[in-house]
Design a protein around this ligand. Structure first.
Ligand SMILES: [Mn+2]
Length: 240
C-alpha cells in the first residue's frame, strides 16, 4: 500500500492573485507529482486550526511542509527586522501544531525551504531574518534564474539520509532570503553552501525520521534524477 503523505496546504488569496474572487486552498504541483513518482499518495491538508492537527496527523503516514512566506520572528523572540518579508501567522500556527503532533506520533517529516526554517523554530531554533544579517555571505541564495536550474554548490555529510541520494557534493537551486541562525538541539546540520549556510538538517534521534532541506528538490525532480531520488529516499524511509 502506498503511504499517505499529508502536505500542509496554504491559501492563495486575492493579494497573491488579483484575478481571484475567492481564496483557494493550494500546494505546489511539483510537490504532489514528485511524491507520486516516488511511490507515495499525496493528500493536501487545508490550512486549518491548530486544534485539528492531531486528527489530521492520525490520518497520514508522513507530513510534508512546503515553501512560502517568512516565519514570524516573534516565534523566536525577535522583533521584525527591516528586511523581513510577508509573514503568515495562521499558517505558522497550524504547521507548528502539525510538526509537534507528527513528532509526538513519530511520523516522518519532510520539510522544504520555509518548512526547514519553521521546523527549526518549532523546536526553539532561530533564523537570520534576512541573509544580509549573515556576516559571511558570499553566495547568491536568491537565484535570479529559473527555479528548475541548479545554481550553487553544497557539501553533504556522508552517511546522512540526504547523502544517500546525492553523495557528498551537489549543485542545487536556491530561493531563500532567510536561513538557520541557531540550530535547535533536536537536529544536526547535514549540508552546507560554500559560505557555510546550513542547507539541510536531519533529526539526531533516528527513531524520528525528519529530513529538512533549504532548497527545492521537488522542482528539480522533473529534470534531475538525483533530486527525484531525494524525495524517493524520504518515501522509502516512510515505508520502513
Ligand atoms: Mn542556498
Amino acid at each position: 500500500m502506498k503511504p499517505i503523505i499529508g502536505i500542509a496546504g496554504y491559501l492563495l488569496t486575492r493579494i497573491d492573485n488579483h484575478l481571484l474572487n475567492f481564496e483557494v486552498n493550494q500546494s505546489p504541483r511539483s510537490v504532489t507529482s514528485s511524491i507520486e513518482k516516488a511511490g507515495g499518495l499525496p493528500v493536501i491538508l487545508p490550512l486549518s486550526k491548530p486544534i485539528e492537527a492531531e486528527r489530521y496527523v492520525d490520518m497520514i503516514d508522513a507530513l510534508v511542509l512546503t515553501g512560502g512566506s517568512d516565519v514570524d520572528p516573534l516565534l523566536y523572540r525577535e522583533e521584525p527586522d527591516l528586511k523581513i518579508g510577508k509573514i503568515d501567522p495562521d499558517r505558522d500556527a497550524f504547521e507548528i501544531a502539525l510538526i509537534e503532533e507528527a513528532w509526538r506520533q513519530k511520523k516522518p517529516i519532510f520539510a522544504i525551504c520555509r518548512g526547514l526554517q519553521l521546523l527549526n523554530v518549532a523546536f526553539g531554533g532561530s533564523l537570520y531574518q534576512d541573509l544580509s544579517q549573515y556576516p559571511n555571505l558570499e553566495v547568491n541564495h536568491v537565484q535570479p534564474t529559473y527555479w528548475d536550474y541548479p545554481t550553487h554548490s553544497i557539501k553533504i555529510e556522508k552517511g546522512s539520509w540526504i547523502g544517500q541520494s546525492l553523495g557528498t557534493k551537489a549543485v542545487i537551486n536556491s530561493y531563500h532570503h532567510q536561513a538557520i541562525k541557531g540550530l535547535a538541539d533536536e537536529f544536526e546540520a547535514v549540508a552546507w553552501s560554500e559560505d557555510k549556510i546550513i542547507e539541510a538538517i536531519e533529526s539526531k534521534d533516528k527513531e524520528q525520521k525528519v529530513m529538512a532541506i533549504q532548497w527545492h528538490p521537488e522542482v528539480l525532480a522533473e529534470k534531475y534524477a538525483d533530486s527525484q531520488q531525494v524525495i524517493k529516499t524520504f518515501i522509502d524511509l516512510v515505508k520502513k
